[in-house]
Ligand binder design. Structure first.
Ligand code: NOJ
Length: 816
């Protein structure tokens, strides 16, 4: 086999030498570089080349303040038998979605791992918080921290040691991805901040966070291999999709938020289902050992996604530390007993294939965050009520005799509802507001329309059943069990009664679009029609379209024929095309995303002006579906084992970066959102002079969690004056975008978010905001130097209120 020149391959400068005579099947075993080879019947070459092996797997040193916990974890590990070590690294069926067996002789009651990002998935008497896309739309660091903290207190009270979240990917390369709502923003910088704040909140509450899914996991379609229906279900018909991307894109887009997660000292990371450049993400030594554990200095443990483990020794050597769900494994859609690890791991150590030192490091990595967070003392036991709610390993699959102590059906909600209501309002983006439609001023005749306005009538387990009811969360492992759900219909009706208003409602979309609208309002033209529409998206499949569900566009068309003041509210996973947005009778539009259990009260607070909206879009709303780039790979024409490929050829042109690079008009841009007041931004000024000794490449200080600490040093600070120029008080969200100098390599996006703040301003008030730029913020990933480089020449720093609304610029070179 021809050995490639790795530096060149990494730089993307060398094409993989591919022709029919050199065709190889992908090799995942560490030590043997993987060569992506197209199927024989295609002629496309891989521009992304090979990954060199990243071996051996580095040991954790407990850097970043974990040193004492590390010492305790080492002592603890030293007391384990080999079998015990194998089983700490291998999950078992049990009450939680992931379980590590107890070791009673050491007083260790095991580890309970639970989903997910919006709630405790398997939780009765627990809260449903705002979804992650909602939280991102708030652009509010404090909200993100408090949400993470409160969610974790509920998990802890139910006995979870690890929350399977937050989500740094999917990032939303394509708006069709089914899980964008479980993650934050289609922007690495904003997602990075969201990751960091959420992790800090969760871990301050004493629960381990899990940053998932590492990495380039950007579609649900073929995320797992298709297996032959044979007895042990291990033969692939076709392997999982491969996300094929270059080194610069990997660093500047997809790895970026995981660097923030490592910096926040996240306890664990989850490797993803997809392959990356041909090699499974959970057995790719370059990704896990080199990038994650070495370059980003990640000190915790890597766990597999459920069923993403495809090998024993290879995944262990490649840096995976824990396999989930372990003893009972998901192959495609099938659950099968047995594991690549477990007993096989014991045997691999006994026969010398896996060094015991590697297994010891795996256990030390798993247990260090446990001791660091004090989970060994007075930690609540697992609530027995979570077990029967476990769809992944229901009680009849449990092999171990799990025992439960402590009370059952614990109510862990506290007073979180109040906070969730405020967060829901703070996450609602006002997209259009004309003729002073909002806030409502004591309307006396209100019509509520749409099947998203009322109570859930048929359960919420899949979109076909979910015709009636407000969509405040969605499906998959991020699904939640509501202990109650405030509906728009209830909240607006009770609010309207205080004003002595009439509220009529019409919730059947089929009937509404069937032309029977005029009979709806009586006796006169309503003051306002509030139309509630929704869009479902869920793990396991991608979105088929970006229109609103249940004929949403036709519902609006039916209403606007008769109602001159129509306000449309969407509960949706993310981007929707809104063809009705220009209709003169559509006076206002709000994107409320998935706001959790207080959906109704939160939207009423915004509609009635108790809360002045301040949220901003964390993605782009285009005019047409066809305007979006980066289509998912939804089918392959051939049946070769490795034929599922997703080419990230758009490189850095993800989300708004693409629309900006090609001057494509958009309906609502990234960072956009209205308020009931108006703001201005002036006097953008650099307050720190450029350091005379700033070097293009960073000084190499010892790596800490998050990577080279020099990357996180502030190198340039700007301030601006923000003024509330309107008539009511409210929050402004000033944003800073950076345009790189021409010397940056081709493909550098015209504008990239690198700073934002959320400031309260009374009407007429002015405040100063500060944007601190770190070295990483003004660097690009130099694929040849394999380092972050500040380019020479003038940067343009653009401050304003969205990615297309800049109010002030500063141009400056950072290198002398
Ligand atoms: C698969 C999902 O991708 C992951 O996010 C989740 O945590 C696990 N299943 C466990 O349910």
């Amino acid at each position: 086999m021809k050995v490639p020149d790795y530096a060149l391959l990494l730089s993307g400068l060398l094409l993989a030498p591919v022709d029919a005579s050199t065709c190889q099947t992908p090799i995942d075993h560490p030590g043997e570089p993987f060569s992506y080879v197209q199927p024989l019947n295609t002629t496309i070459l891989s521009p992304y080349g090979h990954y060199p092996a990243g071996l051996p797997s580095p040991k954790t040193k407990g850097k970043g303040g974990w040193e004492n916990a590390l010492a305790r974890a080492k002592n603890w590990t030293a007391q384990l038998t080999l079998e015990e070590k194998s089983w700490v690294a291998t999950g078992q069926p049990g009450p939680c979605v992931g379980n590590v067996l107890p070791i009673p002789r050491l007083n260790f009651s095991g580890l309970c791992l639970q989903n997910g990002p919006q709630c405790l998935e398997q939780g009765d008497y627990s809260s449903v918080f705002v979804s992650s896309v909602s939280a991102a739309a708030s652009w509010d660091r404090d909200l993100l921290y408090k949400r993470g903290y409160a969610l974790a207190t509920e998990h802890k009270a139910k006995g979870s040691h690890v929350i399977l979240g937050p989500i740094g990917g999917p990032l939303g390369r394509s708006p069709y991805d089914g899980r964008t709502w479980e993650g934050f923003a289609t922007d690495p910088y904003l997602t990075g901040i969201c990751m960091e704040e959420t992790i800090l909140g969760m871990q301050d509450a004493g629960v381990q966070a899990n940053a998932k899914h590492f990495i380039a996991y950007e579609q649900e379609t073929q995320r797992n291999p298709t297996y032959a229906p044979d007895a042990n279900a291990t033969t692939y018909i076709q392997d999982s999709v491969s996300s094929n991307l270059d080194d610069r894109t990997l660093h500047e887009i997809y790895m970026w938020p995981f660097a923030n997660a490592a910096r926040a000292r996240v306890a664990s990371m989850m490797c993803s289902y997809n392959r990356v450049n041909g090699s499974h993400a959970c057995q790719n030594s370059y990704l896990l050992n080199h990038l994650l554990k070495t370059e980003l200095g990640f000190q915790g443990y890597v766990m597999s996604d459920w069923g993403a483990t495809h090998s024993g020794v290879a995944s262990i050597e490649s840096g995976m530390d824990m396999t989930m769900p372990g003893g009972f494994t998901l192959y495609g859609e099938l659950w099968t007993e047995g594991s690549f690890w477990g007993k096989n791991l014991t045997e691999a150590v006994n026969n010398g294939t896996v060094p015991i030192a590697r297994l010891d490091d795996m256990i030390v990595r798993i247990m260090t965050p446990y001791f660091w967070l004090g989970q060994d003392t007075h930690y609540p036991s697992v609530d027995s009520s979570v077990g029967p709610l476990n769809v992944d390993s229901p009680p009849d699959t449990w092999l171990y005799p799990w025992k439960f102590t402590g009370s059952s059906n614990r109510d862990v909600r506290g007073n979180h509802s109040q906070m969730i209501r405020a967060h829901g309002a703070a996450s609602t983006v006002l997209l259009k507001n004309e003729r002073n439609a909002l806030p409502l001023r004591k309307p006396r005749n209100i019509v509520i329309v749409g099947n998203d306005a009322g109570p859930v009538l048929q359960g919420a387990s899949n979109p076909d059943e979910f015709e009636y009811g407000v969509l405040a969360n969605s499906g998959g492992s991020g699904a939640c069990r509501f202990s109650f759900l405030s509906t728009p219909l209830d909240a607006i009706t009770s609010r309207a009664r205080k004003d002595g208003a009439i509220v009529q409602h019409w919730l059947n979309n089929t009937q509404i679009t069937g032309n029977s609208m005029p009979s709806l309002w009586n006796p006169e033209q309503p003051d306002v029609c509030l139309v509630f529409l929704k869009a479902w998206a869920s793990e396991g499949s991608d979105r088929q379209y970006l229109e609103l569900d249940w004929n949403g566009n036709a519902v609006v068309e039916a209403v606007v024929k008769y109602c001159g003041n129509t306000v449309v509210i969407t509960h949706s996973a993310g981007a929707n095309v809104l063809p009705f947005a220009d209709h003169p009778n559509v006076t206002a539009i709000l994107a409320a995303h998935y706001p959790g259990e207080e959906a109704g009260n939160a939207i009423a607070d915004v509609l009635y002006g108790d809360v002045n909206p301040s949220a901003k879009l964390p993605y782009v709303i285009a005019y047409n579906e066809s305007d979006y780039n980066a289509p998912l790979t939804t089918a392959v024409q051939t049946n070769g084992t490795y034929d599922w490929q997703s080419w990230f050829d758009e490189e850095l042109e993800v989300g708004y970066r693409y629309f900006d690079a090609h001057d494509i008009p958009v309906r609502y841009e990234f960072g956009f959102g209205l308020s009931y007041t108006t703001f201005n931004l002036t006097n953008l000024t650099a307050t720190t002079p450029v350091a005379t000794n700033l070097t293009a490449l960073p000084e190499h200080r010892p790596v800490q969690p998050g990577g080279n600490p020099t990357l996180w040093d502030t190198v340039y600070t700007l301030t601006a004056e923000v003024r509330n120029t309107g008539t009511v008080d409210g929050y402004a969200i000033p944003q800073l975008y950076v345009g790189y100098p021409d010397s940056a390599p081709a493909g550098t996006p015209p504008s990239q978010l690198r700073g934002f703040d959320k400031v309260w301003l009374a009407k007429g008030q002015t405040k100063q905001v500060t944007f601190e730029l770190m070295r990483r913020d003004v660097s690009y990933w130099d694929v040849v130097a394999q380092d972050w480089r500040i380019p020479t020449g003038g940067f343009t720093f653009k401050a304003g209120f969205s990615s297309r609304d800049f109010r002030a610029n500063v141009t400056a070179a950072l290198l002398r």
